[in-house]
Design a protein around this ligand. Structure first.
Ligand SMILES: [Zn+2]
Length: 435
């Protein structure tokens, strides 16, 4: 086990940083509202990225902004297939360079993209209004994860407010595509951004993320000849045939859940592998037998397994189910891998960066952090699997991420920002601003 060689931050500096976060906190919350009000669903990330670019440039960081081009990253083993236009898939990186590089370098990462709102009438308030009620800010992306993105920037501001800056290079990254492929974070790596450690301020609720799953997206396409409804027997239409594939897909999910005992961190989880039929479309007319149906699905796989293993299981299950089916045996369904195609990872405990972040969290909250075992995808896999960088995933409390009335707890934003500010100072060391 390695030991952190650096000395912990002095009491005095820790208190000054904490006060500095308090001093900037109203401004931080206003900025977060402004960012939430720029809806950055997939394909529309650019306006939110413009705001981040401007805010970082105003602060004097060295700026880099580029459109993710699948051609630049498709050779990489961490690449996920792309089925949409990347016209607005922008990444932004602001870099702080110290006068004297004496400390350990750092990447502060967060994703700018958010998932769709669903029917807006299901929300108590408009999803991009960033309404504050009591201790909570409501809005799509407020918690997942614009609060974290903003916390990274204001944590660095807190150092400046104390007349200090990191004594090491810090890359502040806001990336696209986290909710669909992970190609945004991957593109930063391929572009050359690396550091001694990374921190992603996803809403972990103050916990340390110990493991994440790999996620895969696939689309099942069923096609067949339409006939008039008067001549159709049961089970011979594309929509019903697609429905018949759900049970065999569930069987794959069951099989993988039964294997959870083979894993380090998922053995105690009830149902770590979730197969989700997320979107379904098909047919054209109430009185025509549907000739087509498309089902968009998501499944996940444990750390240590390749997405190709899941791909094989899914394709086998679909092929077997189709072979004995009255409609599908004549019209074999196609499986298209059109998004996430990622691996998970286990984070070894006891790294230097974890020791430093743990003590900063404890100092701010008075509690030792507990482990968080994620069943979803997190961009941290890019750094851990492909750059051999330790990556912490740590941030505020969010409820109903991806659901209605998504909200982030405001006191937890304050606490996470303080912990991140202390962490930056502790990990990178500090030097006076200017001079
Ligand atoms: Zn997220």
């Amino acid at each position: 086990m390695s030991e952190d060689q650096g000395a912990a931050l002095g009491e005095e500096l820790a208190r000054r940083l904490s006060d500095a976060v308090d001093a900037g906190f109203d401004e931080q919350i206003e900025f977060l509202q402004e960012l939430v009000r720029r809806p950055s669903v997939r394909g529309q990330e650019h306006l939110a990225q413009d705001l981040m670019f401007q805010a970082m440039r105003q602060r004097g960081y060295e700026m880099d902004r580029w459109r993710v081009d699948p051609k630049d990253i498709e050779h990489h083993p961490g690449f996920s297939p792309v089925a949409v236009d990347y016209a607005h898939a922008w990444n932004v990186v602001g870099t702080h360079r110290p006068r004297n590089e004496t400390g350990r370098s750092l990447i502060l990462n967060g994703h700018i993209d958010v998932v769709p709102t669903g029917p807006v009438e299901m929300w108590a308030d408009p999803p991009f209004a960033a309404t504050i009620k009591g201790d909570w800010m409501y809005g799509r992306g407020a918690g997942d994860m614009k609060a974290g993105v903003v916390a990274n920037m204001f944590a660095l501001d807190a150092l400046r407010r104390c007349g200090l800056q990191p004594a090491a290079t810090v890359h502040m990254e806001t990336v696209c595509e986290e909710e669909s492929t992970g190609n945004g974070a991957l593109a930063t790596l391929v572009r050359g951004y690396k550091a001694d450690a990374a921190l992603i301020s996803e809403p972990s609720g103050g916990r340390m993320t110990r493991a994440t799953m790999g996620v895969q997206w696939f689309q099942i396409k069923v096609r067949g000849h339409p006939v008039h409804v008067a001549h159709a027997g049961t089970g011979s239409n594309a929509i019903q045939a697609a429905m018949d594939l759900v049970a065999p897909l569930r069987a794959v999910e069951d099989k993988w859940n039964a294997r959870r005992h083979e894993t380090k961190h998922y053995a105690d989880r009830d149902h770590p592998v979730n197969m989700n039929v997320g979107k379904i479309a098909g047919g054209d007319w109430a009185s025509s037998v549907p000739s087509w149906c498309t089902m968009d699905c998501r499944i996940s796989i444990y750390p240590g397994f390749k997405p190709q293993e899941m791909q094989r299981d899914i394709e086998d299950a679909v092929r077997k189910a189709a072979s004995g089916h009255p409609f599908l045996s004549n019209n074999p369904p196609e499986v298209v891998w059109n998004g996430f195609f990622t691996e998970g990872y286990d984070l070894e405990p006891g790294s230097d960066v974890e020791i430093v972040l743990s003590r900063c969290h404890e100092r701010v909250s008075g509690k030792k952090p507990v482990d968080y075992i994620a069943t979803a995808y997190i961009d941290s896999r890019v750094f851990v699997l492909y750059a051999d960088m330790p990556c912490m995933v740590y941030g505020p409390i969010c409820e109903d991420a991806h659901g209605f009335d998504e909200r982030v707890n405001i006191p937890s934003i304050r606490e996470a920002t303080k912990a991140i500010a202390l962490f930056i100072a502790d990990w990178c060391g500090v030097e006076p601003v200017g001079g």
